[in-house]
Design a protein around this ligand. Structure first.
Ligand SMILES: O=P(O)(O)OP(=O)(O)OP(=O)(O)OC[C@H]1O[C@@H](n2cnc3c(O)ncnc32)[C@H](O)[C@@H]1O
Ligand SMILES: [Mg+2]
Length: 174
């Protein structure tokens, strides 16, 4: 089985490796066609779908997987959100979202200045490359859940849905 994953971020690539250990994995940087910092479930999910579709453009025999991080409001409270999409060899699209965690008001204020969450997290946590390691979810869960672990759960849901086979998005503009 060939799988193209639309990112070189190790938290995303390693999550796919864990759930598809037998697959031949190709990691590619592809456009998400949404802002670098998605600001809603809608934008984040769309970014994941676009990454999945773009990643198999030159590999029609492969499954495409896109994983996208973003933020979203519930009322006035900002949360971290993550979405995944898997496109099978027939073009069926499966989607799933990851666990959410509250982001503090300081992060919300910094995001409003136009910075990306990844850069804000490094300053906030005084660590380097949080986005490629524990992630914001790791910081705000006191390292109980890592970004890779959260994506592993998303990829597991995508795999299970593909195997079940009956519930997918047929039109990529949905
Ligand atoms: O190379 P790619 O795949 O783009 O990986 P990325 O780390 O930039 O991740 P996303 O584009 O999916 O996430 C959009 C933005 O939100 C940031 N982000 C999302 N989730 C994060 C997390 O858990 N920890 C730190 N930054 C996160 C990320 O660094 C980007 O600035
Ligand atoms: Mg990015």
């Amino acid at each position: 089985m060939n799988i193209c994953i639309g990112s070189k971020n190790p938290t995303k690539v390693d999550a796919v490796k864990d759930i598809f250990p037998e697959a031949n994995l190709i990691a590619l940087e592809v456009p998400s066609n949404v802002p670098n910092q998605p600001f809603s479930d809608e934008e984040t999910r769309r970014g994941a779908i676009n990454r999945a579709l773009h990643s198999r453009e030159s590999h029609s025999d492969a499954i495409g997987i896109g994983l996208e991080g973003g933020v979203m409001y519930v009322g006035k409270q900002l949360y971290l959100c993550n979405w995944g999409a898997l496109v099978d060899v027939s073009g069926h699209i499966y989607t799933a979202s990851g666990a959410r965690v509250v982001l503090p008001i300081e992060i919300d204020n910094e995001l409003k200045t136009g910075k990306e969450l990844g850069d804000i997290m490094d300053e906030y946590a005084r660590r380097q490359d949080v986005r490629k390691n524990e992630g914001a979810i790791g910081i705000f869960t006191n390292d109980l859940i890592s970004r890779k672990e959260m994506f592993t759960h998303v990829v597991k849901m995508l795999k299970g849905q593909m195997e079940y086979g009956k519930v997918n998005i047929k039109n990529s503009s949905n």
